[in-house]
Design a protein around this ligand. Structure first.
Ligand code: WTA
Length: 571
């Protein structure tokens, strides 16, 4: 355990809220912050956008600053309300109804946010996809969700295997020159025609909001289904953890293809009515420090990989910018190294607050929030209303300082409500009343949680979850590859990198060109972040007698660790 403690910052008005609610907290009480708490009829789009557009103070406040290499724009709450109304009208015109799945395969842009809220306003479920996805990744998700409409760009359409997606009825194209007919809808042309008024479809708390696909260690990506009810927790964590104030300028660097980019890039800030910054384009220290400086960002949520890159870019880059507006910084996605926290203290004179949660949990659960003393290396403590513990495989709680499964008592609002089409998978997360996360951790005597690793083989590369099974499946589609085993290999900047062990089919010889071709095959078939950075040819991929690749053994060998139990091993 780290000796050093970084004392709590008072935070702003939230300290009092927090102190009042912590000991005797109840999510039912938290509902009372919303005007709908008696009727139960809600819509996230209304709470996040229209509600503010209807007040004199917020109507003309900038809701969105958008910047990419070729655009710089800003939109008020009132403008976002009207744009999303227009898109809702476009969707309704084309027959989209409550509960339909509408997917978005489009870079972060104002059009993305107008579409996103338009989708919610008709009561449909939004499915944002990373723009880096290639054909297989796009197909798996549209197929499993039975999406009826896709919003994309003419450029990205080439990666959508439309002829293999019979449920996909319409494609909205966001681009300059669009050939629209029947199936294809020209976004800009139809938006121009559409009314800025729309009667929102009021839904129930338990109705679908957003679908995020995420990777496990086996099988295809899972469709994690979230509901409008989650807004209670997005709103509250926006206050307690993000420490949002009315006049904050907030920047969450995550893409909405990842749950952080929706829960904390869209919902939490806008439910709290703050100005939100969105920066498109590629990461560079210059672009990122520049954005913090230009927009006078006050609250910043990013990831360890990005902080490590900034750290290695050195002090000179920071000195070129005025970052004095910053007052609160958070991190998520991977363990936050104490070294990075210490760098943050020097670089910004601020603590970087680690937060822990998952796609499945929908919102933050264990955090270093302003009123908590930080022990560098620890994820912090459960937020009010959340009970976390360390349990054994039967769901019995373990004493402090003992490593085990990080688990959460069921019953927080933002929890996923199902894994699409896989009810047995959903059930498998729960043991003895605990949601078992798949992470291992321990809790110290003072209630701080310390992350230790994944229990399964899921790889975390630069904060992105990569399922080894998906990568292995793609690898063996390559004509040269007979078998493949994929592991995460520790890496100083990226946390882990994807490493593949392959055996070759008869007639193929190992060569640099062949290995590069195999890497490219995964990259263009699945996505860049899933492509193995290292490929090693091995004629003995260890397997169990039932034919399962023993990734654990591959990893132990790679890292020079003891091989453990190999009784089921069969080459
Ligand atoms: C890892 C959505 C250590 C963890 C936010 C978890 C973390 C997985 C942290 C979820 C953290 C996330 N410290 N590990 N603060 N936050 N993780 O669903 O293994 O893409 O189970 O993240 O990331 O990944 P997901």
């Amino acid at each position: 355990m780290s000796e050093q403690v970084l004392k709590s910052e008072a935070g702003q008005h939230n300290l009092m809220d927090y102190a009042k609610t912590y000991n005797n907290f109840d999510w039912e009480e938290a509902k009372k912050a919303f005007s709908w708490y008696e009727t139960g009829k809600v819509n996230m789009a209304y709470e996040a956008i229209d509600r503010h557009a209807e007040t004199a103070e917020k109507k003309d406040q900038v809701a969105l600053y958008y910047e990419s290499p070729d655009r710089k724009e800003s939109y008020t709450f009132d403008q976002l309300k009207k744009m999303s109304n227009q898109f809702a009208n476009v969707l309704k015109e084309h027959g989209v109804k409550k509960g339909d799945r509408v997917f978005m395969f489009i870079p972060r842009s104002p059009e993305f946010y107008a579409s996103f809220f338009g989708i919610l306003k008709v009561g449909a479920v939004a499915g944002p996809l990373f723009e880096a996805f290639m054909e297989q990744a796009v197909k798996d998700r549209l197929e499993d969700s039975e999406a009826s409409v896709l919003v994309t760009t003419p450029e990205l359409l080439g990666r959508v295997p439309e002829n293999e997606l019979p449920k996909l009825e319409k494609v909205v194209l966001v681009g300059e020159k669009v050939e629209a007919d029947g199936r294809y809808i020209d976004y800009h042309a139809e938006m121009k025609q559409a009314s800025e008024e729309f009667d929102i479809e009021w839904v129930d708390l338990e109705d679908g909001l957003v679908l995020h696909y995420t990777s496990g260690s086996t099988g295809k990506p899972k469709g994690v289904y979230h509901v409008h009810h989650a807004m209670i927790q997005h709103y509250q964590t926006g206050k307690w953890v993000l420490d949002l104030q009315d006049d904050d300028v907030y920047w969450c660097t995550a893409d909405p293809g990842w749950v952080t980019g929706t829960s904390y890039g869209i919902f939490a800030p806008w439910l709290n009515g703050v100005t939100n910054v969105v920066v498109g384009g590629r990461f560079s220290p210059e672009a990122w420090y520049g954005a913090l400086d230009r927009y006078n960002v006050t609250v910043w949520y990013s990831a360890p990989t990005a902080f490590r890159k900034l750290m290695s870019a050195g002090k000179e880059e920071i000195k070129k910018h005025d970052l004095s507006s910053l007052r609160h910084i958070m991190s998520v996605g991977e363990p936050l190294n104490p070294e990075v926290i210490h760098w943050g203290m020097k670089a910004f004179d601020l603590r970087i607050h680690d937060t822990w949660w998952m796609t499945e949990t929908g919102a933050q659960l264990i955090c270093n929030y302003p009123t908590v003393d930080i022990r560098p290396g620890s994820m912090g403590k459960p937020i009010p209303g959340v009970t976390a513990s360390i349990v054994d495989d039967q769901g019995n709680e373990l004493p402090p300082n003992q490593m085990g499964n990080l688990a959460i008592k069921e019953g927080w609002p933002a929890m996923m409500r199902k894994i699409l089409n896989r009810p047995e998978k959903y059930q498998s997360y729960f043991v003895n009343g605990w949601y078992v996360s798949g992470d291992s951790a321990y809790r110290d005597e003072d209630g701080y949680f310390w992350f230790q690793g994944r229990v399964d083989d899921v790889i975390n590369t630069s904060g992105e979850r990569v399922g080894p099974f998906e990568v292995e499946s793609k690898l063996i589609e390559h004509e040269a590859v007979a078998e493949a085993g994929v592991i995460g290999k520790p890496h100083p900047e990226r946390g882990e990198i994807v490493k593949a062990f392959i055996s070759l089919n008869e007639g193929y010889e190992e060569s640099d060109e062949l290995l590069e071709d195999i890497r490219q095959f995964v990259k263009t078939g699945l996505s860049a972040h899933a492509a193995p950075r290292e490929v090693e040819v091995s004629n003995k991929i260890p397997k169990t007698r039932s034919g399962k690749i023993m990734r654990r053994l591959l990893k132990a060998r790679e890292l020079g660790l003891p091989e453990g139990d190999t009784s089921t091993l069969e080459y």
